[in-house]
Design a protein around this ligand. Structure first.
Ligand code: FAD
Length: 558
């Protein structure tokens, strides 16, 4: 966990503080202390807990809104403190959760009983933190990943971008580090789980910048993510995790014998069967082939709503000016945005990458899908984000796609349509925002950061009508927040189909087990219970803990 003032009283969180853009952190920490009636010299510990930009007033009143965690050297007894506690402006700071899980009545680790073997599938954030959680809880852990270690994965990604075909196991979605490895590495999360602090600390230990602990716009960047992965791997290996790369899971092998629920004895893989006591599946939102195999093996899969739309790209300058006002210099760096349109149908921006570039997140040949990434310095002159609306299983049915994998079928159908419209070379169809609104093809050169390049296309006609309408409405609204957003400097590039997963591997809420299985634990984004790096990591860690508990209990039965 993060360093807490040892020997001090409780750690308290003070919220609602204001920090000027050029004000040093120490000043705001001291102000927080005084606000609760402490002299800064009486602090045992203080640090920023959360910081976000308040840009509502644009240039004139631009400032940060800050929360501070602090502790006195002893109990705090001031009247100011009591008053702020009653008003809710001061509350107890959350503490980090442990990766290690103890069975009731018996300590973890080698507890006399046999050590369970937990197999984790997928080396994305879900699988990495599942493996770490299981290992820290005393299990023997094998981590199976279809792709290669980051160094070799990178070479295959480059080969695709130089004009080759996409590799089915090493691409922007698959391989060491999982889907987010070529990303902005944003760590925003909407879950509120004390495991978040644990994950953050592990990431900092592996080389992430310490400000990810409090910055509301915390991001790591592709370059830094790539340097961190080998260190994270070393940390896991030291905890006892065995990594096996280049091996794909192709099915489940059940135990024999009559039971009310199925028990898995091994996973079938491209390198033969691997026996296990519990299986944690963290296969991500694009393991379409694996979902199909799991369905055949009796796993309950359900179609779930997912988000679909386009990438939109602007000059970063236009976004920063629109957010912060014309006179703000470099102090705050390139601005980001997070916009919602409550129109009918609604739409929102997602996965905004300031100073980034558009990439092809493709794992199947002849299908096109965009996404965005950026380096830690946010140094490109382009800003991009997904602009998406939610499609439901009723929408899938209106295209004639039914069943658990209906969403996957719809994704594939639209990805093929955009691939063909782009000229069958992974160039992407693109349309200027004003042309999209007017329903005409864009003329002239279409400048974009997208490596394969853009060709003029009628995105307004290629998208399903409900998606087109949602994006139309959103462009109008967002243009009022950021002037020029919906004008000729905005370029729509498509199609974006993988913002979230179209499938749920339904599990029991309490035990986290797949329905109908004793020892199968689907987790992360591919299970439909997480979205994003942080929530997948937390879900993986928690599911691994459940897996260890189940495996220990079943091993202790005669
Ligand atoms: P994944 O990361 O998808 O990992 C699944 C792993 O399982 C893969 O490595 C895959 O190779 C492996 N696998 C699949 N099937 C098998 C099999 N049968 N056998 C063996 N291995 C298998 N999220 C954010 O929070 N912030 C961002 O800035 C961000 N940017 C993104 C940018 C891009 C370009 C992309 C594609 C995604 C981005 N995301 C971002 C989303 C984020 O990457 C995912 O939410 C997250 O990675 C999900 O984690 P996961 O562990 O559940 O699955």
């Amino acid at each position: 966990g993060s360093s807490r003032g040892s020997g001090a009283g409780n750690v308290w969180r003070v919220s609602g503080l204001r920090q000027e853009v050029d004000e040093p952190d120490e000043a705001v920490l001291a102000r927080a202390a005084r606000q609760i009636g402490l002299d800064p010299g009486q602090l045992a510990f203080a640090r920023l807990a959360k910081r976000s930009v308040d840009a509502r007033g644009r240039g004139a009143d631009l400032h940060f809104v800050v929360q501070v965690d602090l502790a006195g050297q002893g109990p705090i007894r001031s009247q100011k403190f009591e008053r702020l506690r009653r008003s809710g402006k001061v509350r107890e700071a959350p503490t980090a959760a442990s990766l290690r899980v103890e069975s009731a009545g018996r300590p973890g680790g080698a507890s006399g009983g046999a050590v369970p073997h937990v197999v984790v599938v997928g080396a994305g954030p879900g699988g990495l933190f599942a493996a770490l959680g299981a290992a820290e809880s005393g299990a023997r852990v094998t981590l199976l990943e279809r792709g290669e270690p980051i160094e070799r994965r990178g070479r295959k990604v480059v080969a695709f971008h130089r004009g080759g075909e996409p590799d089915p196991d090493n691409n922007l979605l698959f391989g060491d580090g999982g889907a987010g490895t070529y990303s902005d590495g944003k760590l925003y999360t909407r879950v509120s789980d004390p495991m978040e602090f644990t994950v953050i600390q592990e990431l900092i230990d592996a080389g992430a910048p310490p400000d990810i602990a409090y910055d509301a716009r915390a991001h790591i960047g592709t370059d830094r993510l790539h340097r961190m992965l080998p260190r994270l791997r070393a940390r896991l290996e030291a905890a006892g995790v065995e990594f096996r790369y280049g091996i794909r899971v192709t099915g489940l092998v059940r135990s024999s014998g009559a039971r009310s629920e199925a028990r898995i004895r091994a996973v079938a893989t491209t390198e033969g069967e691997i026996p296990l006591d519990a299986l944690v599946l963290c296969i991500g939102h694009s393991a379409r082939d694996t979902w199909a195999r799991l369905l055949e093996d009796g796993v309950l899969l359900e179609a779930k709503p997912f988000q679909l739309g386009v990438r939109i790209e602007h000059p970063q300058e236009l976004i920063t000016r629109g957010r912060y006002g014309p006179e703000i210099g470099d102090g705050l760096g390139p601005a980001s945005y997070n916009l919602q349109s409550k129109g009918a149908p609604p739409a929102h921006s997602f996965c905004m990458c300031p100073g980034g570039r558009i990439v092809a997140s493709v794992n199947e040949p002849r299908r096109l899908c965009t996404n965005g990434m950026s380096n830690s310095k946010h140094s490109s002159r382009w800003a991009n984000a997904a602009l998406v609306t939610t499609l439901t299983p009723e929408d899938f049915a209106s295209f004639g796609f039914e069943g658990p994998l209906a969403g996957v079928e719809l994704q594939r159908h639209l990805e093929e349509r955009f691939f063909v419209a782009g000229g069958e070379t992974y160039q992407a169809p693109a349309q200027r925002a004003d042309d999209f609104l007017e329903g005409r093809l864009s003329g002239g050169e279409l400048k974009t950061s997208y490596g394969f390049g853009a060709v003029p296309g009628r995105i307004d006609e290629l998208l399903p009508p409900q998606v087109r309408d949602a994006i139309r409405e959103a462009l109008g609204r967002f243009d009022r927040t950021i002037p020029g957003f919906g004008g000729p400097e905005g370029l729509l590039v498509g199609i974006e189909t993988r913002s979230s997963g179209p499938v749920r591997m339904t599990r029991d809420r309490e035990s986290r087990r797949a329905l109908g299985f004793e020892n199968l634990f689907p987790a992360g984004e591919g299970a439909g219970y997480a979205g994003g790096i942080m929530s997948a990591a937390i879900d993986g860690a928690r599911s691994a803990q459940s897996a260890v508990l189940e495996a220990r209990e079943s091993l202790s039965k005669p």
